[in-house]
Design a protein around this ligand. Structure first.
Ligand code: UD1
Ligand code: CA
Length: 466
């Protein structure tokens, strides 16, 4: 099998986004457009990925070094940007000695699915084509290049919207900007491109007419679902692509993973998220990141889960926010809990309403049920944190944080403050309203509050004006 490389074009400005940020770095369900395109091509097992950068080249290159594709890659500067054909020309020196297939794709089609590319590649190989273009039929051909076919139905060229005649503008089979190209067979075609067109650009699309006229095998694959390959040129299209990716993801979860999504139109789940069988996702959820959720869970309604999160089986998260944390089996979270970054919550534990956790490591069967802040803390098993307990972990002057350790079976009464660093021993008990700044030994009761005084008959005296 001939080796495969990808060329991803990301040098364009994306003026219509009205943004300081490069177009390809805008996100769709929590992941940059460019990363989503690289994910799709990367799934084909590439020998190398060539990324063409130009506008905001530094920003895009930095982003890719920090978020690299799953294969060796290099960036190629295109400056100035003289069109998609010119962009590919910048990669030619790096293709010296390469004999194989190039998957060339626009960098702004984030919904593109890996299996579509795999089918395109299979068609291309089966037909032994020099170029195979992926096209699709759209209700509104907008600014897309039109596929122009001959009497036999063979594509003889692609005409850009700006160059199209009145008749050509009526064609609604359009170019997706995604191709398989044989190398070095197409090299001659690439160097023959001219910029004799309305935009004075070197169009990669003209490679199709070159191949057709040179009697090379020129193929197309028509994709049924046009929404998968919509290029993003404005924030309106960004929103449309997000909706479509949401729908594809929800269908896959329902059909392949046995997940019940009560209202797919009101539930936003990124394709990276894996969810186990019989898990129920209620409306209003936004789940983006590398998230793994087990089976028989109930997520939502109105729950945000972000970052790298792992959730076991039989866990419930209701009306809450969870970031970068690991949550065990049979855990109950919410309503209205804020599980911030770096928490580990053990099996059968509970995090109730108006509780904020940060870097809290909690054992199994422990409860933080109401109105608490627990940060930089290690809690053992069977711990009970009373309502309103606060770990005072932060020194505003030194900007340092300190740790609270609460051992197995310990409990705090309502409205306790644990001034860190501090440790509660095994089965230690803190009386309600205490401010604890010294270690409490195993099994001890700590009371740290003013003694109560009762003044008999005080109310009556006050009414009498005494
Ligand atoms: C392009 C295609 C069009 C197709 C559409 C699909 C050409 C000439 N036209 O048009 O037929 O229907 O995509 O979405 O190819 N880029 C560069 N360097 C450049 C110009 C563009 O790297 O000099 C990159 C852009 O960053 C972008 C991609 O190429 O990722 C497509 O460029 P864009 O300007 O969006 O092309 P379209 O006009 O949409
Ligand atoms: Ca485009």
């Amino acid at each position: 099998m001939r080796p495969v490389r990808a060329i991803v074009l990301a040098a364009g400005q994306g003026k219509r986004m009205k943004s300081n940020k490069p177009k390809v770095l805008h996100e769709v369900l929590g992941r940059a457009i460019l990363s989503r395109v690289m994910d799709a091509v990367g799934a084909l097992g590439l020998e190398h990925l060539h990324l063409v950068v130009g506008h905001s080249a530094d920003v895009v290159s930095d982003f890719v070094s920090n978020n690299p594709p799953n294969c060796p890659f290099s960036t190629h500067l295109q400056s100035p940007q003289l069109g998609t054909g010119h962009a590919v020309m910048q990669v030619v020196p790096a293709l010296e000695g390469f004999e194989g297939t190039l998957i060339v794709t626009v960098g702004d089609a984030p919904v593109l699915q890996a299996d579509t590319l795999a089918r395109l590649l299979a068609t291309h190989r089966e037909k032994e084509a020099v170029i195979t273009a992926l096209s699709t039929v759209v209700p509104d051909p907008k600014n897309y290049g039109r596929m122009v076919r001959d009497q036999d139905g063979k594509v003889r060229g692609i005409v850009e919207d700006k160059d199209a005649s009145h008749g050509e503008k009526l064609i609604n089979e359009v170019n997706t900007g995604i191709y398989c190209i044989e190398w070095p067979a197409a090299a001659a075609g690439l160097s023959s491109l001219s910029c004799d067109n309305k935009q004075k650009e070197y169009y990669l699309t003209d490679l199709v007419a070159w191949a057709y006229h040179s009697k090379h095998v020129t193929e197309t694959m028509v994709l049924t679902d046009f929404r998968e390959v919509c290029g993003i040129n404005s924030r309106v299209e960004l929103a449309e692509a997000t909706v479509h990716l949401r729908d594809i993801t929800a269908s896959k979860l329902a059909l392949e993973s046995g997940v019940t999504i009560v209202d797919p139109s009101a539930t936003w789940i990124a394709p990276e998220v894996s969810i186990g069988e019989e898990t129920l996702v209620l409306p209003g959820c936004y789940l983006v990141g590398n998230i793994e959720i087990g089976s028989n869970c109930q997520i939502g309604p109105f729950t945000v889960i972000k970052g790298v999160v792992k959730i076991g089986n039989n866990t419930t998260i209701n009306n809450s926010q969870v970031n970068n944390s690991v949550i065990g089996d049979g855990v109950k979270i919410g309503p209205f809990a804020h599980v911030r970054e770096g928490n580990i919550i053990g099996d059968s534990s509970k995090v109730g309403n108006f509780v904020e956790l940060k870097k809290a490591e909690i054992g199994h069967h422990s409860n933080v049920s109401h109105l608490s802040y627990v940060g930089d803390a290690v809690l053992g098993n069977h711990v009970n944190i009373g309502a309103g307990t606060i770990t005072a972990n932060y020194d505003h002057l030194t900007k340092k944080k300190a740790k609270t350790v609460i051992n197995d079976g310990a409990s705090t009464g309502s409205n306790s403050v644990l001034v860190a660093p501090v440790e509660l021993g095994v089965e230690a008990v803190v009386a309600a309203g205490s401010v604890i700044n010294k270690a409490v030994p195993d099994g001890a009761l700590a009371v740290a509050r003013a003694k109560q005084s009762n003044f008999e008959g005080w109310s009556a005296k006050r009414k009498a004006g005494a």
